[in-house]
Design a protein. Sequence first.
Length: 243
Amino acid sequence: MTFKRARPVRHEPGDIPRHIAIIMDGNGRWAKKRGLPRTAGHAAGAETFRRIATYCKDIGVEYLTVYAFSTENWKRPADEVNLILDLLDKYLREAIEKMERDDVRLRIFGDTSALSDRMRALIGNTDEISRRTGGMQVNVCVNYGGRAEIMRAAALYAAERAEGGGEELTEERFSGYMFSSGMPDPDLLIRTGGEKRLSNFLLWQAAYSEMYFTDDLWPDFNERALDRAIADYAGRSRRYGGV
Ligand code: IPE
Ligand code: IPE
Ligand code: MG
C-alpha cells in the first residue's frame, strides 16, 4: 500500500527530539471497534509505522525506536503471534530493498534466537547494509524486554570480566552493553492506546525521557498526532534533577 506523504510541519530546529521511542499500542482495540479480527489491527498498525517512520525522517529525527513485539507477547494466541511475526518479516524484506535508497539504518533490538532462521538471516542482512548507510536509525524491538536487556548486559559484562577484560563500570560504560549502544537515550517516549505504563520497554534508556500518552489507537495515529506530541515535548522543561 502506498500513502500520500504528509507535508512536514515547520517545527523550530531545537524542538525536534533527536530520539523518539514509541510503544505502538491499541491495534487490537482498533480492529475490535470495526468488527474486524485483531490481526487486521496489526496490519493497519504496520502501515502506520511506515508513515510515521517516513515522517520522522522528513522532519529530521535521528533515531526512532519502536516496540513491535515484547517478550510477554508470546502469551497471545499462536495465530496472532504468527501474523505479527509475518508482518515483521514482510517489513524487513521491503526495508532491505529500500534502505540504501532511503538512507535509513535498521536495527533489531531483542532476543532474535527465538525467531525463525529466515528472519535471522534477514536481520543479518539489514545489519550488513546498515554499515554502509548513514541516515536515520530505526530500531525495531522484537522479542524485546527491558529487564531481559539489562540482564543480558550484565552477563556480557561479567563474561568480559571473567576473561580479564572489562573496565570498571560506569553508567556510560554499562550503556555500551545495551542494544542501544552508542545511541543517545530517547528524548521523547510516546505511548498510544491510552495505557500509562512502560510494559517493560527501554527500562534503562528511558530514565530521563519525556513521556507522552495519547488515547489514539496506534492505527489512528498520524503525522499531525506526532506534531502534537512534538509540540508538547518542546514546551517541557528538562531539568535532569537540576533546577
Ligand atoms: C500493540 O497493539 C501491538 C502489539 C502488542 C504487538 P495490541 O495488540 O496490544 O492492541 P490492544 O492493546 O490489544 O488494543
Ligand atoms: C506493549 O503493549 C508491547 C508492544 C506495543 C509491542 P502490550 O499491549 O503488550 O502491553 P500491556 O499488556 O498492555 O501492558
Ligand atoms: Mg496492547
